[in-house]
Structures are given as structure tokens and as C-alpha cells.
Ligand binder design. Sequence first.
Ligand code: FUB
Ligand code: ZN
Length: 646
Amino acid sequence: MTAVTAPLAAEEETASTTPGNLRNLTPVPAKDVTIDDDFWTPRIAANGKEAIPHQYRMLVETGRIDNFRAAAAKARGEEAEFKGLWFNDSDVYKWIEAASYLLGRGESPKLKAQVDDTIAAIAAAPPADGYLNTFYQIRHPDKIWTCLNMGHELYCAGHLIQAAVAHFQATGERSLLDVARKFADLICSTFGEGKRRGAPGHECIEMGLVDLYRLTGEKRYLEMAEYFVLERGKKPYIFENEVHPEGMSQHRFEPDYFQAQAPFPEQKEAVGHSVRALYLYAGAADVYAETGNPALWPALDAIWESLYLRRAHITGGLGSVAGIEGFGNDYELPNETAYNESCAAVAGIMWNWRMLQLEGDPRYCSAMERTVYNAFLAGISLDGKRYFYRNPLASNGEHERKEWYGCACCPSNLSRMLASLGNLPYSTSDEGIWIHLYMSGTVKTKYADLKIESEFPWKGIITITVTPKTDEEFSIFLKQPIMTRETLSGINGKEQSIFDSVPIEGYGKIRRKWKKGDWIETHLDLPLALIRANPLVNGNFGRVAAQRGPVVYCMEETDNPCPDGMIDYFAVRKRPRVKQEYIPSLLGGVMKITVDGTYPDMEKWPGGLYERATHSPQKKSLILIPYYAWNNRGPGSMQVWIRDTL
Ligand code: FUB
Ligand code: ZN
């Protein structure tokens, strides 16, 4: 996820502004943000110390970086072998993007050398026209651009561009940017009206091209992104007669798998493969932000509602149908078989963050917050060394994070988001500063520097100290985090409600002339809420999920031993007593919840298959931990939606 900066200032670049910019909010880039937070800092540190170095070793070991060297060898007429899946180049690019965010924050000679070496291998691979995809270069040079539905050439190009922009912004070096621009230029001269018709079977390039436009001010990148968004669903069906080259999946999916069932402006529902879909929606939001094309907004709005009102898990997990790794029908949200790919959680954050910048609508912030604290964080182990690909909401104990996958799209996606987390919490607008998420640390904006102190999400006391840079009035907007209740707030110690007059979970606004040292303090209550799903969600009727602030909880077998991994034996009692206890030594420090529950006493079961419902259940205290922290103590069963009585 690349931050937006002013256009590139080099002689040959057109340093224009973006007059079509519809965004009311401007994100504050991570470089102006520090995070020094008990909850987030250990995760960010594990990402830098463990995850990113581990991923590099895996990229080397599995031949992903060598594929670039092999492509260069092939161009020299030497024997060359492509290793792995046909879209593996993208894993290398996402890793460079993640590593670049670290380089942007400080010196790390070893990491710098690894990034430089990798970029050197990449830069040596493309032929004179700038085309870059090692699978095609090595295995199928005669089939370039012939299989857009499965080929992933434009998907890999999108990740290349995002990595290149991040690398340039972090280091000021053009080594990867030049490669990406050359390829982007080739794409612009290949596709479009009066050229080759096409669109990516796996979206991503749309976001990349808009990032490149924002960096360079070159309009053709924006126009290319807009073309790809608009072309995909037009008739005749764009992928109709494509032949899948040997070495990639030969499966033929229906058009909606690729979000190509209708032209984008006519689309109303989130459909198909979830990562593809979310990347498209994020890219379309970018294009809308920059062009103001009115045809895009109704689709973005309707699709968002279909997704977040009817097709998303309570964790923010997206894509519940296994076979297509994507969306099914409304309310089709199975728990154990849920797909919820980690990449889809990352993409969900990206999309909501983009929608949020358009108008500051708090519902996008709430969706982002829900995903950040649950579906996203669950993707990576607390030590940063293992990753989930699929994120179900119930498990019989067979589901575990792994160090790597043959299809390893998720690890570096999680890492690039964690490494650039500072892009998420703040924006500015003509009116002032917006705080979307609460992480202790500092932020520099044109209006003021802020210091944020909080122990969120465990405690609800948030203090913001203001050092203004202007004598003029400006506002500070504070998002009320989901599932919180304001108990007491004040400015400079004088009581003043912040969220009283705004819709639930909206933005409270404080407008005044600020003086150095002014401080805002808000006390939020974080009660444990037992949530019901819409009764149409098959399987969740008669169940509740526990949520405290944005953090969704689950029962894990380790804390709730159960016969045969049957954690589903346990039920929450009506109006249970609730104990909340912060345990620093548990799972990196969590608020542990204990609630009254029951379970059927099997020893008293008379033995038949069916019996009169007379025997009463046993009492038991149920222990709940945050969903994101499950499977960090070995395998075991897990359940988010708990029976609400027996
Ligand atoms: O196809 C590229 C990526 O790998 C997708 O986004 C994931 O679902 C996985 O298939
Ligand atoms: Zn993935």
C-alpha cells in the first residue's frame, strides 16, 4: 500500500497536481507518523525482525529470485528453468515493497543489500521493450498477453509498480522505478482503445497505475487504470477464447470469478474471487478519486453495501466459499469452511482506506478497523514466523499457520501492510486533522503535531496533546471506535463530550483555536458485547460472538479442554457474568475474558441416539481470547460463534 506524495520532481517528469482529485481527505503518510504503542510496536518489530528476513530466505530457497536471473539467462540464449507457480514474481515484488517501508524508516545495511541484489536481478531480466514476467519469458515467450484471465502478467505488473513506487519513496533510488515505468509504458502502448483489448484476470495493476500517476503526474497511467476498470465486463466477454498455456491452472472459471459478469458501472454485488474483487474495488476507488468519473461511484457504493452488510464475516474476513476462494450469496457465511484469505483482509483494508479518504464516512473506517484488529492480524503469528492463508471462524484443530506456502501470496502481503501501518490512522482535510485509529505515538501535519497516548484496544483512555502550527481555528476529528461507549471526555481537563452529538461510531469534531499543550482526553468504555448475526446467516442462529471494542473473541481448546476437539459442546449462559483481566504474559498481552457457560455432561447421557430433553447441562467458565491470537500455542479447536444456551 503506497503512500501518496507530491509528483516526482525530476527534470523529465511533469510535476502536475491532480485537478480531478475528489478526495476530501488527504492521508498523512507513514513517514510523518511514529508508532510507539504497547499493542502495535511488538507486531511491527516482529514483522521487521522475523517475518521480512524469513520471507527473503524463502524467496531465495524456492527459486523465486532466481527466476529473474533465469529470464536474463534465457535472453542471452542460455538454458533456463522457471521454478514454481506462474505468478511467483509477485511475491518478490510484495517483499520488496514491505522491505522498502523498513528502509524508509532507518538504516539496515543487510536488508538494503538484499533489496539491492534482488532489484539488480529484476532489472537484468526484461528485454528491450520492458516486458517483465519470468514465467512467460522463460516458458512461453510466444504466448505473451494471450491468456489474460489466468496469466497474471498484469497482476504481477501491478505488484511491481507498487513495489517500485514504495522503493523510490523510501530510498529516492530509481533502480526499480525505471524498470516498472518501462513496463508500464509498454502496457499503456499495448492496451486500450484502438490498441489491444484487454483487462487483467487478476486485478492489482489498477492501484499500481494510479500510484504511478500520483508519483509522476503522467496522465496516461491514470487513463490506463480507468480503461482496465471499465473494460473488464464489456461484451464480447473479454477472456472468451483464451487458451491457457501449459504450466498454469487449466480450470475455466465463470466471468463473475473475475468480476467480468457486467461492465463495472453496472455491478452491484461483491462477486467472485475475493482478492481479485477487492483489488478491483480499491483500484476503482483510486480511479474515481482521481478522475471523478461519475459512473464509478454507484457501483462502489452498492458493492460496498452488498459486501459489508451481507457478505463479510464479523472478523472482516472476506470470501467465504472455498471452491472459488470468494464470495457466495448474501448471508452465506460458513464458519469452518470459510476461505477468508489473508490477502483479502489486506485488500479489504486497502479498499476501505481509499473509500474513507473520499468523504470521511465513518462506516469505511469501522470496516477498516474491524479488519485490522481481526481478519488481518490473525493472518500472522505473534512471533511473525507463521501465516494463515485461510482464516476460518471455527476449526476442529487441523488448521494451523504455516511458515510458507507453495502459493505464498499472503505472507508478504501481510508484511507490507504491517510495515506501512502508519499510513492508516490519520488524514487531513480543509477543516483539520482526522484520527481514524488509535495507536500511541506522534503525527506531524500541516495544522499541528499531535502526541497520542493510549492503551487501546485494551483500555479506552485516549489522550491527545496538540502542538499547533497555525493561529487559525482548525478541527480535530476523532473516530469513535466500534463497540465503545463514551463515559467522560474533556479538553484541558474541562469536561466536554466528543461523541454525544454524532451518529454511533462516527467522528466527533472539536473545533477551536489550539494552543501549545492543549490536550484532549476521552474515556471509552469497552464492555464485552455478545453479538447476534442476522438470522439469515445459516449456522449462526442461536449463537453469539463476543466482541470487546473492535476485537472479536473466540474460544480455543487450549483454554477450554473438550472431548474430541468438540469445542462446540460449550455454550454461553443467559446473562452471563463476565470477568475481564489483562494478562501481560498471555499471548503477548491480552485482555482475557471469562464468561459463564455450560456443557452437556456426556457421562450422564443415557446412551441412546435420541432422548427427551430433560437432562440439564453442567456449568463451566468459558475462557475467551482475541480471535487474532488463536493458534499461537499449538494446534487445537477454535470457535468464534458460540451457542448461546443449552
Ligand atoms: O493468484 C494470485 C494470488 O494467489 C491470489 O490472490 C490468491 O488467491 C492466490 O491464488
Ligand atoms: Zn494470499
